[in-house]
Write a protein that binds this ligand. Structure first.
Ligand code: Z16
Length: 826
């Protein structure tokens, strides 16, 4: 058909580009006030002004997004797809303005309209479709993929409710409230009501011939696409994050309706909508929840169908699928994509088993994010009968694992027992081209422990490492504009040059010696501390001493992350302060300790740790003897946006997991990038950070990974009382028991985990932890030396840009190339 319809010039004159001058921007904002929002200038508040500005920015993103997608379609490069059940995006307005390079222009427009841009930015709700590190990593990877002009799409779920809102009751308990983040409309998504797929659950699978089957009956649910635009930094390339929403295939099941069963019809339509209703708030545990398994299949089936449709539009032979498609599995959550692709290739495309398996195992890549044991699910047979058949066929047809029976049992996808279970990690490994861990130590643990048998079978080259990274756009330029400006002025190169090649920060090293630069560096830190203090004062109503050292631990609450070690260390410091004379106290480094983080709603011990922190804070912050020297804050409802305030303000942050338990950690990188120093264990990415910045700039403590197993064995079979192991810790535990921080009985279950098996080795590490904190104090006394450490740390963080991580994936795993949208290409 002829395009354009009608006169070409009429079209060309009317088609707009990105609005990039202040008058056009102002017009576009006011136009949205008038028409999209139907509001009047005289009754426009900050929220309305935010919405109109966001809609105006959205228009620009859509222009670039459209051109990018057309460009990718025409060039038809190999694409990569990042399948993640979580994308912890945070806010978009500020990030989009910076990536588009339009922040100053919009600032001028918005000022001209009588508003303050930073106030409008603050009106946006976080998109919090994730639990923690894994979800935020996915968000950083989208930013880096778009910024490097790589044809990468994300696929996830459009949860109606993101991670719960955390409230802290007066007694210190965590309460959970829903997060209705879509209530004010979401300008950053594009509903694609025409892009839909049907996804089947339950029913019967009838084997036919050649390993094929017909799967029919059961329940069918519709997947509807919502596209989120992902602008690259300093490029027009704008990638896509496609999120699926579930809805009933028909508003009502007409059969049931006509049979007079109205209620059943409405019920089944509710059950379809329930699939994408809420993000599961567990960061490491998978329960045997049917709805969770339904989410996983719904999402993988819709995503694969979409990927297959796009591939088929290229009209290539199906055997070339892996030449055009790479799919990264973010943890075991999307593992069902493996049997699902097999099902499509066998049952729909009618390939032989061998052809289908060849394609599948060249398409998928699997990232493992944990070493903690996981407990998968026995519901598969009922919900996904066809996939269970395929899994059993993989077990029998691909039973290539020789060796003794124990080894075979360890490697099997099916775990014998009552009930039988599917081991998702084994399936993901068997069905993937490559497997990777997320930091050097973690990847080594993957190779030598959890995947040892597979390494012997497939060879070590299938098992790689890609150390995690973070986007320096959000985690420096956006959250710390003062530092960003100082860096750009000092390096005397354009901001984009170092933000796109973070190794260029090394150019800061000579400045570490310059007194004037040190002063400016310290001034930026102080103003970030004031910004945090202002936040605490306006939210908690208490004032904060910005002259004190700011010590921060912010992450999900988990026993292995040992927030308990931190708060017990705080109590130790408090008890010591109480024994000092006023004159002696004046020599102590004053310190403010910040905590933030959510506990999984069903994780009793983690919630008890929060309760202890809040009650310790209550006592310390009102003790006139000590409060000048030591205060503690638990900031409720930790989020990406709160992290953006906390991280730039920290002098020191804590990453103190039991050695060998934190796969990587990524906030450790964010703190260091912003000139905060680390106190940490020899674990996860802490090790590689120390390799880069130098061990003299990191405060390490605690036992090393190889010792952990033996120590746990000792705790079980030759326990030594805490009093002998660490009298200092015993004294702290006794104070808690005795009720110094409220009813001691409440904390007994927590204290007993330490006194009894002490699985996370607090008793073993406590004394060395306290020594490390003493060294932090000592180093902080020499402020000039401290500032030098801070500058050198930032300077050596180049490796931890997510641009480097994405380059690793693109080259070593996906085999994709950048596909730049030139000006006016489309
Ligand atoms: C998660 O955030 C992580 C692991 C996991 O199995 C599940 C969730 Cl929701 C984290 C790791 O704990 C952390 O060490 C790592 O930095 C992060 O994933 C990204 O790899």
């Amino acid at each position: 058909e002829k395009w354009p319809r009608g006169d070409e010039k009429t079209w060309k004159d009317a088609i707009r580009g990105v609005a990039s001058d202040t008058p056009t921007i102002t017009k576009s904002i006011v136009n949205h006030v008038q028409t999209s929002l139907a509001r009047q200038p005289h009754n426009l508040d900050d929220l309305g002004a935010y919405q109109a500005s966001a809609l105006s920015v959205r228009d620009n993103l859509i222009v670039n997004w459209n051109e990018t997608q057309l460009h990718y379609t025409r060039k038809a490069p190999k694409r990569a797809y990042y399948l993640s059940l979580e994308f912890l995006m945070g806010r978009t307005l500020d990030n989009a303005l910076l990536n588009l390079g339009l922040k100053n222009k919009y600032n001028d427009s918005i000022t001209g309209l009588g508003f303050n841009l930073e106030d409008l930015i603050d009106k946006e709700r976080d998109a919090a479709l994730g639990n923690g590190g894994l979800g935020r990593l996915a968000a950083c990877y989208l930013d880096s993929s778009a910024s490097q002009e790589l044809p990468v799409w994300g696929y996830g779920l459009r949860y109606k409710y993101g991670i719960f809102q955390q409230l802290i009751a007066p007694d210190g308990q965590q309460l959970e409230a829903p997060d209705p983040w879509l209530d004010n409309q979401n300008p950053w998504e594009l509903p694609r009501l025409d892009v839909t797929y049907e996804v089947r659950f339950y029913g019967h699978a009838e084997r036919t011939e050649n390993g094929r089957a017909i799967w029919s009956g059961g329940q069918e649910v519709l997947a509807v696409a919502y596209d989120v635009m992902i602008p690259g930094y300093d490029t027009k390339n704008t990638n896509n994050l496609r999120l699926w929403e579930s809805k009933p295939k028909r508003g009502f099941d007409l059969n049931s309706f006509n049979a007079g069963n109205y209620e059943q019809a409405v019920e089944s339509s509710n059950s379809a909508a329930a699939i994408t209703a809420v993000l599961y708030p567990n960061d490491h545990t998978t329960f045997g929840k049917e709805l969770r398994l339904k989410q996983q299949y719904f999402w993988t089936a819709a995503s694969l169908a979409d990927i297959m449709r796009r591939f088929k539009n290229m009209e290539k032979p199906i055997s070339e699928f892996p030449d055009y498609v790479a799919i990264q599995l973010n943890d075991t959550h999307p593992t069902l994509a493996i049997p699902e692709l097999m099902r499509v290739l066998l049952d729909d495309e009618e390939l032989s088993w061998a052809e289908a398996w060849q394609i599948t195992t060249n398409t998928f890549f699997f990232t493992n994010h944990t070493v903690l044991p996981k407990w998968p699910i026995p519901l598969m047979e009922q919900l996904l009968p066809r996939h269970m058949q395929i899994i059993y066929d993989i077990v029998t047809v691909e039973k290539q694992f020789p060796g003794d029976r124990d080894r075979l049992a360890r490697m099997s996808i099916i775990e014998e027992g009552i009930p039988k279970q599917v081991r998702m990690a084994n399936l993901a490994c068997i069905g993937s081209r490559k497997v990777n861990g997320v930091a050097e130590l973690h990847s080594e643990l993957v190779r030598t422990t959890i995947m040892k048998d597979f390494v012997e079978h497939y060879g070590v080259s299938k098992f790689g490492n890609v150390t995690n990274g973070i986007t320096p756009r959000r985690w420096l330029d956006q959250c710390n504009p003062g530092l960003s400006t100082l860096i750009t002025e000092s390096l005397k190169i354009p901001k984009a040059a170092w933000l796109k090649d973070l190794y260029k920060l090394e150019g800061l090293l000579p400045f570490a010696e310059k007194a004037d630069f040190q002063k400016r560096w310290a001034a930026v830190k102080l103003s970030n501390k004031r910004r945090l203090a202002h936040y605490v004062e306006t939210t908690l109503g208490v004032s904060v001493n910005t002259a004190a050292m700011f010590d921060v631990q912010i992450k999900r609450l988990h026993e292995y992350k040992r927030q308990s070690l931190n708060i017990l260390g705080v109590i130790h410091r408090y008890l010591l302060l109480k024994t000092l004379t006023p004159a002696q106290r004046k020599k102590v480094v004053p310190k403010v300790v910040f905590f933030a983080g959510k506990a999984a709603p069903g994780y009793f011990i983690a919630k008890l740790i929060i309760r202890l922190i809040v009650n310790v804070a209550r006592v310390l912050n009102s003790d006139p003897d000590t409060k000048e020297y030591l205060t503690v804050f638990f900031l409720p409802d930790y989020s990406v946006s709160l992290a953006e305030i906390l991280i730039p303000a920290s002098d020191i942050s804590q990453h103190i997991s039991t050695a060998g338990t934190e796969a990587s950690g990524t906030s450790n990188m964010k703190f260091c990038l912003n000139g905060g120093l680390l106190v940490g264990t020899v674990d996860g990415a802490n090790i590689e950070i120390a390799e880069e910045v130098g061990e003299s700039n990191v405060f390490f403590f605690g036992h090393l990974t190889p010792a952990v197993e033996d120590l746990r064995y000792q705790h079980l079979y030759h326990p030594v009382p805490v009093e002998q192991k660490s009298p200092a810790l015993a004294a702290v535990l006794n104070e808690v028991s005795a009720g110094r921080f409220g009813d001691g009985g409440v904390y007994e279950p927590l204290l007993n985990t330490i006194r009894q098996h002490d699985y996370y080795l607090l008793t073993d590490d406590f004394d060395s932890y306290i020594r490390a904190l003493d060294m932090v104090d000592e180093a902080y006394q020499d402020r000039t030396e401290w500032i030098k450490k801070s500058i050198r740390t930032t300077a050596k963080m180049g490796k931890f840009s997510s641009d480097r991580a994405i380059q690793d994936y693109a080259q070593e795993y996906w085999n994709i190339e950048s596909t730049k949208l030139e000006n006016g290409t489309a």
